[in-house]
Design a protein around this ligand. Structure first.
Ligand code: FES
Length: 371
């Protein structure tokens, strides 16, 4: 039986049009519940402090700020809840053996805890890739974006044709198994395919076992060539799936994978400020970065990023992946030019609005930043 810890107080029963969407720049989140889902896997559910609702797409993620001893940590976690239920947001996370941030969360976040978070972000979403038939294929905690997508379909389009495959190490590690089996009784075109790698003495198993390959994929989804495929899991798993379907002639324009998954599953330490970045008059002819919110300014060489400049003068810009993927370090540029090489963490519309990702933007001259 799952261990459940819930907040008891009932929030004001306001309608959505009586509240505003969560503003991550101004509002904290309050944890309303923690549930054990599987060994080392927990779901944390949050509400908006002071009231509000969550606006996101199924498959997106948020970045959570953790007030750990020794400094703040930022971790990106995929949302497992559905935007069709906008009063709360949930993340389901697995503590990896060497994780620092996630383990800190497990030990410290309880019902009633206040947490700062940023987002939502991410392009691995169902809503941007609508199709008649889907194949969701995941491994381990890579199931979380698929669960958000499936819950959204269950609420908004329960007749959708979905084949849902999840690979796990052992049967008892299948996350959301009971809920998936319940959904299969209510979604007539949902087909489940669980694929543990091995048996254990804990949970009996009589179904297919082993690693994903063409034969098993075809048994679960004989028509996979006709489906929109979403894949999430460790890199070797995603590589195996993409290799299999590609070899069978699948049109890869209909194949989507969570490319930031490795970052989401790994703890990324805050990088220290770069000593080469000089504050104030020492800077000589380096490019000036003015931080309008704090009044600080820094100078950095052309190959140094706005994030490095910010840290050199203790201007706080949250960051997680530090490689242009997650969107956590998004800031508005008031003036000046930068060279930005991102990996999908910012949209064209946001760039047109003047936003940049501080972790992968290098000033080309004097710039002003709203931070
Ligand atoms: S920290 Fe993730 S995009 Fe900059």
């Amino acid at each position: 039986m799952a261990k459940v810890q819930l907040m008891g107080s009932v929030p004001a029963a306001l309608h959505i049009d009586e509240m505003k969407p969560w503003n991550s720049a101004r509002q904290m989140l309050v944890c309303t519940g923690v549930v054990d889902e599987a060994p080392d896997v927990k779901t944390f559910t949050f509400a908006v402090e002071g009231g509000g609702w969550f606006r996101y797409l199924p498959g997106q993620f948020i970045t959570v700020e953790l007030r750990a001893e020794g400094g703040d940590l930022h971790r990106t976690y995929t949302i497992s809840s559905s935007p069709s239920r906008p009063y709360a947001i949930a993340i389901t996370i697995k503590a990896q053996p060497n994780s620092i941030g996630t383990r800190w969360m497990f030990d410290n976040i309880v019902a009633g805890s206040r947490v700062r978070a940023y987002g939502p972000s991410g392009h691995f979403t169902l809503s941007r890739n609508l199709a008649k038939k889907y194949l969701f294929v995941s491994a381990g905690s890579g199931i979380t974006p698929m669960m958000s997508m499936l819950r959204w379909l269950a609420d908004c389009a329960p007749g959708t044709d979905v084949t849902f495959i999840n690979s796990s190490r052992r049967p008892e590690e299948i996350i959301f198994r009971e809920e998936l089996e319940l959904l299969a009784t209510r979604m007539p075109n949902l087909k489940l395919g669980f694929l543990p790698e091995s048996r254990s003495g804990v949970t009996p198993w009589a179904g297919l076992m082993g690693r994903i390959d063409l034969q098993k994929l075809t048994m679960f989804a004989p028509d996979f060539l006709d489906r929109e495929i979403f894949c999430c899991g460790p890199d070797p798993f995603m590589k195996a799936v993409s290799t299999i379907v590609k070899a069978e002639g699948f049109d890869m324009a209909h194949y989507h994978q969570e490319s930031f998954g490795a970052t989401a599953l790994t703890d990324v330490a805050q990088k220290p400020a770069n000593d080469d970045v000089l504050a104030g008059e020492e800077a000589g002819n380096r490019h000036k970065v003015e931080f309008l919110g704090t009044g600080e300014q820094a100078f950095c060489a052309g190959d140094q990023t706005v994030l490095v400049a910010a840290r050199s003068v203790s201007v706080r810009i949250p960051a997680a992946c530090e490689s242009g993927l997650c969107g956590t370090c998004k800031v508005k540029k008031r003036s000046g030019e930068v060279e930005m090489h991102h990996n999908g963490g910012i949209s064209d519309a946001e760039i047109a609005d003047g936003y940049i990702l501080a972790c992968c933007s290098r000033p080309l001259g004097t710039i002003e930043i709203e931070a």
